[in-house]
Design a protein around this ligand. Sequence first.
Ligand code: UDP
Length: 576
Amino acid sequence: MARKPETNIDELGLSATALAVVTERYLCRDSDGRVRESPGQMMDRVAGFVARAEDAYRARTADRWAERFSALLRSREFLPNSPTLMNAGTGSGVLSGCFVLPLEDSLDSIFATLHTTALLHQVGAGTGFAFSHLRPHDDLVHSTGAHASGPLSFITLFDAATQVVRLGGRRRGANIAVLDVHHPDIQEFVHAKSDRTALPTFNLSVGVTEEFMLAATADRPHPLINPRTGRVVQEVSARALMETIAAQAWRTGEPGLLFLDTINRANPLPELGPLEATNPCGEVPLRPYESCNLGSLALPRFLAGDHLDEQRLAQAVRVAVRFLDDVIDVSDYPTPELAAAAGATRKIGLGIMGLAETLAALGLPYDSEMAVRFTRRLMSRIARWGHAASRELAAERGVFPLFDHSRWAAASSAPMRNAQVTSIAPTGTIALLAGTSAGIEPMFALSYTRHLLGRAFVQVEPLFERLATERGLWSPAIAAEIAATGTATHPDLPVDLRRRFVTALEIDPVWHVRMQAAVQRHTDAAVAKTVNLPETADIDQVRNVFQHAWRAGCKGITVYRSGSRPDQVLRPPPPT
Ligand code: UDP
């Protein structure tokens, strides 16, 4: 597509925050570090590059699709994950946000994966690993007659390498380490981040089974098994282990849990083997070498008065699925195994962002039956439209190569282009670009200071200010109260306004889990969500959240108790 010169850096009407993020993270620079494109031109670059995939299916259609994709991105109704925005058409072309890499119990496997990890972090992708197959600490190493150093030592190695590679990057490659709850080093793993500065590039998740969850409730023994020999080396109390996990999560926010049986019941390709790990924020369970390119619909852009324009949303879903399917073809993969795995299952992750803002605009308090029901229904439609779009692509381009081995083939004769279509990403950066609330999270606060890229941005929730002004309620007293507390609790505010702007820490954890479960029900992959707890929450509450999430059908769960970690990105404003 021909590039028109654009002098107006702000032709998309971006906020100051969005403009700062785009400039720092996404805009191309010349060799002197000077920005050489506007945000609109960035969208054209991405759209034009991704649309090149179209020509391989039907000659001379790329330009037409480039225009459609560009219009969609420029409207910010849909945005792909950061690596696509940063890397498309720039020469460093890894476009997927998430990868899972193999770790077998050998130095060859571990160091080969460390190498691939460095290549992926260099271009801003996230990596997930199951460390469950590595022999435990102090186990025998036949070749040397010495003792093994165990999974934790290798997690530390990956962390150090990540920190070094990060120094050269625009986006910080993140990691997740998963350890199966049966691994003999599980205690060490659960405590690995007791020192809150340890392993800064890793999230940790314990892979738990239904058997373990039930044993923890019934207070039954739980076997620890050496993965090298398959032998039970010890029996521990499941309840005590759960207690330790909950206590650590209460103290530091880590580890989270992955519900492996729930994940594997929904595994689209069980023949390839079980899913044992996810990408760093948990929204995509993947097999080793698989990747997933994510993209999210900015729901508030589809608001039309007191409802969502579902026709326009369905249309955007259709184009977005096509866009994400094209990304697979034009992305670079640092190794042949990664290219082969992406091509074999063609997993994509279409999700939503701005749910909280949408609910507030529609007058549905996040912590209400109505909001949960609305969201479940909305997600079921998005999933239906997304699957229909994937079927349409299959008719045009063929099914994904392993289709015949998948659950899709078993469940119906409907062909699919993608083994997985939907996933709910955290949208940490792209929601800032879209100017809306992140993923499916509730609003964190109505006014806050965002510490980003070394600068502080003070924000007041614009929708709140607009609605309060329209109703003649915006006063200096209310503005001061919101600045001081970050919440709409001023007694002069009518209850309906207070309720619809309920913030993360005011929401009972039960509603966080219910919302996550409602979305999960209609999501192929998984849902990135943090259950925020107030500082006063106790360990029992954490354990209850874990049990509730498992019973409600979530694929994983993460809690964060206010103030329990020093590196909070969002901080409520200090009292004035
Ligand atoms: N991710 C990463 N580093 C980061 C943020 C994210 O590697 O600093 C990866 C991680 O796998 C995460 C995924 O990107 O699960 C999507 O994160 P998010 O939606 O926040 O990314 P965005 O596209 O908004 O930058």
